[in-house]
Design a protein around this ligand. Structure first.
Ligand SMILES: C[S@@+](CC[C@H](N)C(=O)[O-])C[C@H]1O[C@@H](n2cnc3c(N)ncnc32)[C@H](O)[C@@H]1O
Length: 360
């Protein structure tokens, strides 16, 4: 699955010449993010590192690359780094003892460039702060409407990361994908009261983040389905759903006429019974190598194969992320195009989405 096409837009030089990149991530994911940076962008220099935020200094050579010259951050950077929730070109830090002082300092950084929206979030969700009040003050200072109408692709967003109550980082990014609309990359969806597990919300985020479209009547099969939140989300999309899990599934799911429970392990499913499967979803609490083996058994077997895959790969420890590129390469040998991210609503795991390349 290739990243979205490059944006065409022009931005004032004082924004594109900023050499600092600030990346928000899950608290604890910083070392995994750093290892991805060292693997893919070794010329970047790490600067500040706090829980939930890592920043890098970009070298001149990067700043002169066409992909970076007129853009906040090229889309493929986020795909390479996997553990970044949002990426911001940083215009600097502002401090001040009052809101007015900090907003005035922010305006000096942005030179009152026009923005379509303002995103404010606390670096660490456990910190105090009032993102809404800050957003209102920054929006007013930059002439951004309190409730923005849907801004188009390429529109600029002013970012404010609240480090501590009296210290903010100011930066900007551009809208391209769904997640670019979420302050801090934090998924704004909510778990419905009748959802049987949080996996409902994880799948909801994956659908939105990767812009997945299902056709009602398609068949989905989930390995690791109990208690059934993700299956509920698939049923809500109008799919016929098979849940594979030795454990029991909540009766709110099993009672659905489009749902079937195969109470067994993934490896005990006969491949011929999966021939009608359009989407393979996996969410098993097992080692990622075992999940990859379960996927390979289905995806590398010739014949009619699922056209889409949504796989959760658990990382029992962060170092297991070292295998990510090998996993992606294996999908490629099976004929699938991939994208992978740590979801905002997920834990220590990644969500890998794959589509069968056309003609395979
Ligand atoms: C995190 S839970 C899944 C949550 C579920 N996706 C939901 O929507 O509620 C992990 C599940 O994987 C199942 N599991 C572990 N190994 C499995 C295997 N080899 N085959 C099928 N399911 C397995 C466990 O029984 C457990 O119910």
């Amino acid at each position: 699955m290739p990243p979205p096409a490059p944006l065409r837009s022009s931005n004032p030089p004082h924004l594109t010449q900023s050499r600092f990149l600030l990346i928000a991530c899950h608290g604890g994911a910083e070392p995994a993010l750093q290892r991805r940076q060292q693997r893919w962008f070794p010329a970047w220099q790490q600067t500040a590192w706090r829980r939930g935020v890592v920043s890098f200094r970009l070298p001149d050579t990067t700043l002169h690359e066409p992909a970076w010259r007129d853009r906040a951050v090229p889309a493929e950077v986020a795909d390479r780094l996997v553990f970044g929730q949002t990426m911001v070109r940083c215009l600097g830090q502002v401090t001040g003892s009052t809101m007015t002082e900090r907003v005035t300092a922010a305006v000096e950084r942005t030179a009152v460039t026009s923005f379509a929206d303002v995103h404010v979030w606390n670096r660490d969700p456990r910190l105090d702060g009032d993102p809404e009040a800050i957003r209102d003050a920054l929006a007013q200072a930059h002439g951004v409407p309190a409730q923005s109408t849907a801004p188009g692709a390429g529109s600029r967003v002013l970012d404010c990361i609240v480090d501590t109550a009296d210290r903010w980082w100011i930066g900007w990014h551009q809208l391209q994908e769904a997640a670019d609309h979420w302050p801090g990359g934090r998924y704004p969806g909510h778990l419905p009261p009748d959802a049987v597990s949080r996996a409902w919300l994880k799948l909801d985020e994956a659908i939105s983040r990767f812009d997945l479209t299902f056709t009602p009547g398609q068949q989905a099969c989930e390995f690791g389905a109990s208690p059934g939140g993700a299956c509920q989300r698939l049923l809500a999309a109008g799919l016929q759903v098979i849940g594979v899990d030795p454990a029991t599934i909540d009766c709110r799911v099993t009672d659905h006429p489009q749902f079937t429970h195969w109470q067994k392990r993934a490896r005990d499913v006969r491949l011929k019974d999966l021939r009608g499967c359009d989407w393979l979803v996996t969410d098993m609490n097992i080692d990622p190598t075992s999940t990859m083996a379960a996927l390979e058994r289905v995806l590398a077997t010739p014949g009619r194969r699922p056209q889409g895959v949504i796989a959760t790969l658990k990382l029992p420890d962060w170092s297991r992320a070292e295998a990510l590129d090998d996993w992606l390469a294996r999908f490629a040998t099976w004929g699938y195009q991939t994208r992978v991210r740590q979801l905002a609503t997920g834990g220590r795991e990644v969500c890998l989405v794959a589509r069968l390349a056309s003609g395979r």
